[in-house]
Design a protein around this ligand. Sequence first.
Ligand SMILES: [Zn+2]
Length: 170
Amino acid sequence: MHTQWEITKYCNKCGFVLEEKAALKQCPNCHKKYYFNAKACAAVWLTNSKNEILLTKRAYDPFKGWWDIPGGFAEPNETLEDAAIRELHEETGLEMTNMQYVGSLYENYEYESEVVPIVAAIFKAKIKGNETVTVNDDVSDYQFVAIDKIDFEKIAFENQRKFVQNLSLE
Ligand SMILES: [Zn+2]
């Protein structure tokens, strides 16, 4: 398993082998610098009118079959708020209101044979309007669960599990 950083070997401007220096790699020929950055994500701790939390089951690896709070990767030209709103809608068909930023977490997300560092903004929100869930292909199941009944052992990703556990205690 390699990180994207380890895989980046050649200058995409001139083709020379990059030299590694502290937190960056640099082309010895044209001096272009390459920085290793995390990919941005957003996720939502969403509650219904009974104050139950929405969990979605992951249909694909990493962590296929484990539970998640809805969310995903930000697209280009999108804020983290936009990403959270779009991902929630794509995965569940739901709309949200009273959106509030609560903090962020990082993970090393394993995608095929690569480790992708991510940083995720977590929002709290309430369902706006219709509470009927219609899942997309990324989600194999969903549940609304009372906050004191969440099975943390089944929550995907180490840091998300800790974050959700901390939120449940608030
Ligand atoms: Zn170069």
